[in-house]
Structures are given as C-alpha cells and as structure tokens.
Design a protein around this ligand. Sequence first.
Ligand code: HEC
Ligand code: HEC
Ligand code: HEC
Ligand code: HEC
Ligand code: HEC
Ligand code: HEC
Ligand code: HEC
Ligand code: HEC
Length: 440
Amino acid sequence: MLATVRLLMLAAGCAGHAAPTEEPAAADLGAESKACVECHTAAKVGTAAIEEWKKSTHAAKGVGCYECHKAEKTDKDAMDHNGFTIAVIVSPNDCARCHEKESKEFQASHHAKAGEILGSLDNVLGEIIEGPQAAINGCKQCHGSQVLVQEDGSLDPTTWPNTGIGRLNPDGSRGSCSACHSRHLFSAAVARHPDNCGKCHLGPDHPQKEIYEESKHGIAFAANEDKMNLDGKSWVVGVDYSAAPTCATCHMSATPTQGVTHDPGERISWTLRPVVSKKLENWEQKRNNMKDVCGNCHAAPFVDAFYTQFDGAVTLYNEKFGKPAKEIMGKLREAGKITPDPFDDKIEWTFFYLWHHEGRRARHGAAMMGPDYTQWHGFFEVADRFYNEFVPEAEELLPGVTDEVMKQDLHRWKQGLSKEERERIRKFYEERYGKEGEAN
Ligand code: HEC
Ligand code: HEC
Ligand code: HEC
Ligand code: HEC
Ligand code: HEC
Ligand code: HEC
Ligand code: HEC
Ligand code: HEC
C-alpha cells in the first residue's frame, strides 16, 4: 500500500514540531511494528498495553512499536530481540525524532535536571541516613535514576523501572517523557490533568497538588471537569475551555498569544525552594508570561494585586524567618557548636523543617491561592518552629546568639504586646463569648 508507506515515512521522518498535515483514517503499520504487535499479542505480552496503544493518536498516525523502540546496534542499551534491534528505553532523544521542539524545551528545563541531586542535603537523608533502597523507591521515582545497562544489555533492575522526571538515560539524554505522558496511550489529556503533576508535586515539602485542590481554581476544576475539553486536539485557555485552570494551563499550556512550553520555568519569577527565596533571571519577562495566562480569566489590576500579596508573603518569610535562621546557623557553625556534617546535630533537623517543609508550604500556598497552606500548614508552623524550637535550641548551644535577631522590630512582640493590644484582645473575646470565653 503505497499511500500507507508514504504516511508512515512522513510520520517517522517528520521534522521538528511539524506533524503530518494529512489526516488519515487509520494508518497501517510498517512491517516491523506489525511483527511486534502480532507476536506480542500471540504471546500475551502486555496485551492491555497494546490495546492502549491501538487507541492512541500514534497508532492512528502509523507510529508503532518499532518507530519508538528501534535502536542502533551501537546504542548502549540496544538488544537483539527476535531479529530486531530494539531498546526498552524510549528516551527524549528517541521522541525527538518526531517531537524536536518539545524535547529541546524539556531538556533545557529544571525538570530535566532533577536527577542531579547527589550533592543535596536531601540526598544525605535519602541515601545515607535512611538508606539506598529508600532512595531507589522514593527520591528517584520522582527525580529520576541513572539507568545502568548490564553486561548482557538488559537494564539493571535497581535502576529501572523508573520514570523520574530527570532520569539519566543510557544514551546521555536527560529525563523521561513518560513522567507525564503515560504509556502506551501518550494522551495529552492525561498530561493536562492535575493528578498527573500530583505524582510528584505533593506532600509535606511541596504540596502544590493539595494547595491547588483547596484553591478556587481546583474547586472550579473538580466541579467542571466534564466541561474542560481535556481531550481536545487544541487546548487554548479561553478558546477551547474556560471553567478553570489546571497546573498545565498556568505552567505549560497555550493561550491565544503564547504557545505550549515544555519548560515550566518560563513562567515563574521566584524560586520558592531554597532557604531564602530569590527572584530568577529575567523574572519580569517570566512573570509577564504567567500574567498573560491569568489575563484570560481576570482583569489586569486583579492579577497585579495578587502578585503584590504573593510578593509580600515571600518577602515576609525571607526577612523574618529564612534569613535570620540562616544567619544564626552560620554563627553556630563558625563557633564550632555544630559540626560541618549535615543532620548530626538536632538543630539541623529543626532548621530543615523550618525552611524545607514549613517555609516552602507557606510560600507555595501564597503562590497558588491556598490560604490554609499559607497559614495553618505554613506561617503558623514556621512561627512555632522558629520561636519555640529553633531559637531556644540555638540559645542552648551558644547563649546570646539570637540576641541581634530578636532585637529586630519584626520579633519585638516577644518582649510583650502593648497594653492597648492586650486590651483589644480581651474585649474581643468578652464581647463574643462573655467573661468565661476569654482566650487567656
Ligand atoms: C515516528 C514519529 C514519532 C515518534 C518517535 C513519537 N511520536 Fe508522538 N506523535 C507523532 C505524531 C505523528 C503525532 C500526531 C501529531 C498530530 O496529530 O498533530 C504524535 C502525537 C503525540 C502526542 C499528542 C497525542 C494526543 O493524543 O494529542 C504526544 C503526547 C506524543 N506524541 C508524545 C510522544 C512521546 C512522549 C514520544 C516518545 C516516547 C513520542 N511521541 C514519539 C509521532 C511520533
Ligand atoms: C517472536 C515474538 C516477538 C516479536 C516478533 C517481538 N517480541 Fe518483544 N517480546 C516478546 C516476548 C515473548 C517478550 C517477553 C520477554 C520475557 O518475558 O522475557 C518480549 C518483550 C519485549 C520487551 C521488553 C523487554 C525487556 O527486557 O523488558 C520490549 C520492549 C519488546 N518486547 C518490544 C518489541 C518490539 C518493539 C518488537 C518489534 C520490533 C518486538 N518486541 C517484537 C516477543 C516478541
Ligand atoms: C510513542 C512511542 C512508543 C510506542 C509507539 C510504543 N512504545 Fe513501548 N514504550 C515507550 C516508552 C516511553 C516506554 C517506557 C520505557 C522507559 O522507561 O523509557 C515503553 C515501554 C515498553 C515496554 C516495557 C515496559 C513494560 O511496561 O513492560 C514494552 C514491553 C513495550 N514498551 C512494548 C511496546 C509495544 C509492543 C509497542 C507496540 C504495540 C510499543 N511498545 C509502542 C514508548 C513507546
Ligand atoms: C513525591 C516525589 C518526590 C520525592 C519522593 C522526592 N522529591 Fe525532591 N522534589 C520533588 C519536587 C516536586 C521538587 C520541586 C519542589 C518545588 O519546586 O516546590 C523537589 C525538590 C527537590 C530538591 C530541590 C531542587 C532545587 O533545585 O532546589 C532537591 C535537592 C530534592 N528534591 C532532593 C530529593 C531527595 C534526595 C529525595 C529523597 C530523600 C527527594 N527529593 C524525594 C519531588 C520529590
Ligand atoms: C511535566 C510534564 C510533561 C513532560 C515531562 C512532557 N510533557 Fe509533553 N505535554 C505535557 C502537557 C501538559 C501537554 C499538553 C499541552 C496542551 O496542549 O495544553 C503536552 C503535550 C505534548 C505534545 C502534544 C503537542 C502539544 O503541544 O500539545 C507532544 C507531542 C509532547 N507533549 C511531547 C513530549 C515529549 C517528546 C516529551 C519529552 C521530551 C514530553 N512531552 C514531556 C506535559 C509534559
Ligand atoms: C515525575 C515527577 C514530576 C512530575 C510528574 C512533574 N514534576 Fe514538576 N518538578 C519535579 C521536580 C523533581 C522538580 C524540581 C526540579 C529541580 O529543581 O531539580 C520540579 C519542578 C517544577 C517546577 C519549577 C520549575 C523551575 O524552573 O524551577 C514547576 C513549575 C513544575 N515542576 C511544574 C510541573 C507541572 C505543571 C507538572 C505537570 C504538568 C509537573 N511539574 C510534573 C517533578 C515532577
Ligand atoms: C492559576 C494558576 C496556577 C495553577 C492552576 C497552578 N499554579 Fe503553580 N504557580 C503559579 C504561580 C503564579 C506560581 C508562582 C510564580 C512565580 O514565582 O512568579 C506558581 C509556582 C509553582 C511552582 C514553583 C515553586 C518553586 O519552588 O519555585 C511549582 C512547582 C508549581 N507552581 C507547581 C504547580 C502544580 C503541580 C500545580 C497543580 C497541582 C500548579 N502549580 C497549579 C500558578 C499556578
Ligand atoms: C481559566 C480561568 C482562570 C485562569 C487562567 C486563572 N484563574 Fe484565577 N480564578 C478563576 C475562577 C473561576 C476563580 C473563582 C472566582 C470566584 O471566586 O468567584 C478564580 C479565583 C482567583 C482568585 C481569588 C481566590 C479566592 O480564594 O478568592 C485569585 C487571587 C486568582 N484567581 C488569581 C489568579 C492568577 C494570579 C492567575 C494566573 C496565575 C489566575 N487566577 C488564572 C479562573 C481562572
């Protein structure tokens, strides 16, 4: 079938982002892929996975098993497989044969670098304090493993299965497209759904999923999921859907004036991860990219005002808690009161909770309109940790070390509230609950 062959060549050879312009009903497969499907079906190897592939856009466009899994004999992870040379891993470089733009953007992103965590404090926790098997089943399933190939060409089972977002692949490429595009349907709808990001973006140190769910945006999504057109070929906010934004809407997807990006860093202005938050390079441009998304559902003054509130929260965290705590830790280390090694002194755990869990929750809550995370899981816990654990522990190690910090205006309440403030509180409770209801 000549037409089929031409289509397949178009699909297999399609340069860059360009997809075949012709719309075939259902393309037949190349001889190689046909053989894969036939034998796998007969041998009952992953029959449900094959069913999923059959429903995929790929199958409809003649992109079969071989088009993705084919390998060169010289590839590190190439294996002889029933007369074919294939690799189990389909890396971003393999997808790039047809999706160059997505692959380039993705590989330039922080996502693709998420496997480089060996030097981090978290890594000491995972690999050493907890143990390597914890890291294999935990950290690396989100961040990515270094996939190793064994003598016989098979994949080292301690390093794969793994679809961590920054996986280090045998061919030298970084990341895993199936971190978001689950096989073998590879549907955009799955990737657009907030649950997809929620495999990794949740939990005590980065609860973006939970924050989103409690926000007005998440509520609107949950109530209107059937109106979100998640399966649409085109998915432009304000054009193809309007009920709610998902994670993808704000961080990756198209607007009438902005294309899809596979680098979510292009729209964020702060980094909310470290002890002290910093504005990123070209942060104004990145913020404007995000504002362009918001602008499809909100008016500009509303969006600007949101950023005023968000910046305020980040600056408060930085100035009142992040910077002072960091400075005090520096003084303790200088004075030899804590060792240069991480996590062997109790206060290092206290400090870690303060910025890595609670401080991030406060900042992430403010970034994505989740007031409970900003307050009760965030700033409240930050304040409790700082005043009731961190400062007393530091004072015990080196008396006077917190004096300078505690003299600052921001912390003056510790020396007692003014008489007027105390009176106001007393009256508030008395008026609401009568004399017995007084708070203190
Ligand atoms: C041989 C070429 C080829 C390879 C290799 C390939 N794709 Fe595709 N892909 C296509 C074509 C063609 C389309 C359909 C494009 C269209 O309809 O505009 C497509 C569509 C997609 C879509 C959109 C699906 C939808 O239903 O909207 C996703 C997501 C995708 N590919 C991801 C991947 C990933 C991830 C890889 C690697 C694991 C990959 N592709 C490898 C050719 C390929
Ligand atoms: C003659 C039968 C046959 C053909 C043809 C065949 N396969 Fe397989 N394949 C199998 C069987 C059986 C297994 C399960 C292997 C096992 O259990 O050890 C398998 C396993 C695999 C695996 C997993 C291997 C691993 O180590 O995890 C991949 C990937 C794969 N096949 C892809 C392909 C592709 C792509 C093609 C076509 C180019 C293909 N197969 C053609 C029979 C076949
Ligand atoms: C769009 C590209 C693409 C197509 C088409 C494709 N695969 Fe895969 N396949 C992948 C990716 C990506 C993985 C995940 C491997 C990894 O970790 O990178 C995978 C993994 C696998 C695995 C091993 C994992 C497991 O769950 O057992 C098998 C077996 C497999 N594919 C068989 C097939 C067969 C058979 C077909 C054809 C019916 C097929 N694939 C079509 C991209 C593709
Ligand atoms: C559930 C998935 C998941 C697990 C498990 C996980 N992380 Fe993370 N990690 C993330 C996400 C998501 C981020 C980004 C958080 C953000 O931007 O708010 C992150 C951030 C980080 C960072 C900060 C990177 C930077 O650029 O500042 C490091 C370092 C890190 N993780 C290391 C680890 C280590 C080591 C482990 C195991 C002890 C681990 N993570 C476990 C998902 C995970
Ligand atoms: C962080 C999650 C994530 C990762 C990782 C990811 N994608 Fe996507 N991808 C998405 C989302 C979300 C969409 C849907 C964008 C839209 O249409 O709104 C998408 C859409 C696509 C599409 C359809 C075209 C389009 O722009 O809508 C292709 C093709 C694609 N991705 C390929 C890839 C390839 C290749 C990789 C790996 C190099 C990859 N993706 C990695 C989230 C991801
Ligand atoms: C498989 C795990 C995983 C999935 C799925 C995932 N992420 Fe991430 N994401 C991470 C990790 C890990 C980091 C931190 C990377 C680092 O700094 O090393 C991160 C970082 C980010 C960042 C910060 C980027 C930057 O430049 O600093 C954003 C924004 C983000 N992810 C959004 C998303 C969205 C939106 C989705 C879903 C469409 C998603 N992620 C899916 C693991 C994941
Ligand atoms: C309404 C738009 C919107 C939605 C929906 C949304 N975000 Fe965000 N996100 C933001 C904004 C705004 C920021 C802060 C941007 C900045 O720094 O300028 C942010 C920040 C982030 C960061 C960066 C944190 C860091 O450490 O620097 C990550 C990661 C992230 N979001 C992931 C997600 C995930 C995952 C979801 C879905 C569960 C999601 N976002 C939903 C708007 C959104
Ligand atoms: C697809 C439409 C859509 C997009 C895009 C969108 N929002 Fe919203 N937003 C909504 C809806 C709907 C509500 C709920 C309105 C209400 O309370 O009646 C909302 C509410 C809000 C609220 C009020 C929260 C509350 O609890 O009262 C803020 C603040 C907000 N959005 C900011 C943003 C920002 C900032 C962006 C971009 C980063 C953005 N939104 C993107 C639809 C959207």
